[in-house]
Structures are given as C-alpha cells and as structure tokens.
Ligand binder design. Structure first.
Ligand code: DQA
Length: 142
C-alpha cells in the first residue's frame, strides 16, 4: 500500500508558527512520527511539503503516475482558496483524506470553506498529528 502525504504552505514552519494553535512539534517530527506509523502498518509513504500551489498540484498528479493507493492532504491555506487542488484531486480520482491539525470549524469564517472537501472521502480536523494517522487508517480500510 502506497500513500502520498502532502502538506501545504507554512507547514514547514510547524514548531515555530503559532504554537498555541499548531503545537511545538516540527514538520520533521511529523514526518518521523508518520514514517514510524506507516512502517507499523506496512504502508510505503511519500512525503511532499510545498509552499507553492502548482507544486502541490504536481504532487497530486505524481501520486497517480507513481501508482499510489491514496492521498492524505493538508492543503493548509490553499484549502480555502484552491480550485486547482480540487481539480487535481478529481483528475487523479484516488481516495483522498483531508486533514487539518487545528479545529478549523471553530476558527475564522474564511476557514469554513474547503474547496478540496468534495474530492475527499473524509475530513479530519483538530486532532494534531493523530489526524494524519486516522487518515492513513481510513485509507487502509478502503
Ligand atoms: C491548517 C488550517 C488552515 O486554515 C491553515 O491555513 C493552515 C493549517 C491546519 O492544519 O489546521 O495553514 O490546514
């Protein structure tokens, strides 16, 4: 089972950015934690983090061309703006799970819109790193 785990803009700043919201753990710690989890579950992960929308589109397309079985995606701020990411997810038609570290539902009004949601089988919010693990489990059940 191959899963592409995609993180959008500013998630490379985990541990530094708004620690009250996103915690003190770094992106590297997220990758290490998920690598260990994937090993336990027999999943082969591919990690992509980019601050650029087009690179995230390419990462979604690469998941298809590299024959991934599913996608875990935290599009970060592009969640709330990007038709391009929605179109890319629809184009590849792979099972995808949307993850947010914070509970976006209880935050600003502009965070209530998710363009990618309609192309995802589930959305997991507010569970920190565990949300990514739940997303991996959902894809394994698929
Ligand atoms: C986020 C929530 C988004 O609204 C925000 O722009 C992010 C991170 C989260 O993981 O909680 O950058 O996706």
């Amino acid at each position: 089972m191959k899963i592409t785990i995609i993180n959008g803009p500013n998630l490379n700043m985990l541990g530094i950015r708004e620690p009250d919201i996103y915690g003190r753990q770094t992106y590297e710690m997220l990758v290490n934690d998920l690598t260990a989890y994937c090993e336990e579950k027999g999943v082969e992960p591919t990690f992509v983090q980019s601050n650029h929308e087009g690179e995230l589109v390419t990462a979604i397309q690469n998941a298809y061309f590299e024959e991934a079985d599913g996608i875990v995606i935290n599009p970060a701020a592009y969640t709330h703006t990007s038709v391009a990411l929605l179109d890319a997810l629809k184009a590849v038609a792979l099972p995808a799970v949307e993850v947010h570290l914070s509970d976006v539902a209880s935050r600003e009004a502009f965070r209530q819109v998710s363009y990618v949601r309609e192309a995802c089988i589930a959305t997991i919010c507010g569970k920190g790193f565990d949300g990514y693990k739940e997303a991996i489990d959902l894809l394994l059940q698929k």
